[in-house]
Ligand binder design. Structure first.
Ligand SMILES: [Ca+2]
Ligand SMILES: [Ca+2]
Length: 151
């Protein structure tokens, strides 16, 4: 395993054939490094970019950062129902959600038996970025989001 510290506080970690980027300096905890928030007119240090959507395309600034689309242009946006490797051992999912609705992420190896992974309440936009941590050593893993009914 190799490690490389990058300017701006990111760490690149290489394990076998994969390279992970780990963010170390995120003082406001919104998933965007401080270095990218300094001097940015879109990402704000001290503001939660998971709850901000500068271009009003329904995807939070943090989701656009993680998925690599422009947070200040409606021409590009993260695709819905997509997943990227977020860091070592974590996957970021971008899924359509109804604001304020509670969801449960479930995981499965065989698409037959589903087990709960995490629960969350959707933010103010029509899509939610959710980070999940697949169990170590499992090569095939499926995820789905289920709306939780409260009655
Ligand atoms: Ca931040
Ligand atoms: Ca946006």
């Amino acid at each position: 395993m190799g490690l490389l510290a990058q300017e701006g506080g990111s760490l690149l970690a290489a394990a076998s054939d994969e390279i992970y980027r780990i963010t170390l300096d995120d003082s406001d905890g919104d998933g965007i490094p401080d270095s990218e928030e300094h001097g940015s007119e879109v990402f704000l240090l001290g503001a939660d970019d998971r709850l901000r959507d500068n271009d009003l395309d329904g995807h939070s600034n943090t989701a656009e950062h993680v998925f690599g689309s422009a947070p200040d242009s409606r021409v590009t946006m993260p695709s819905l129902n997509s997943a990227v490797r977020h860091s070592a051992g974590a996957i970021a999912l971008n899924l359509p959600t109804v604001p304020g609705t509670a969801y449960r992420i479930e995981g499965s190896e065989d698409l037959i038996e589903w087990r709960p992974v995490t629960e969350f309440t959707a933010g103010p936009f029509r899509a939610t970025l959710q980070v999940v941590h697949p169990e170590f050593g499992r090569t095939h893993r499926y995820f789905r989001a289920v709306a939780i009914q409260h009655d």
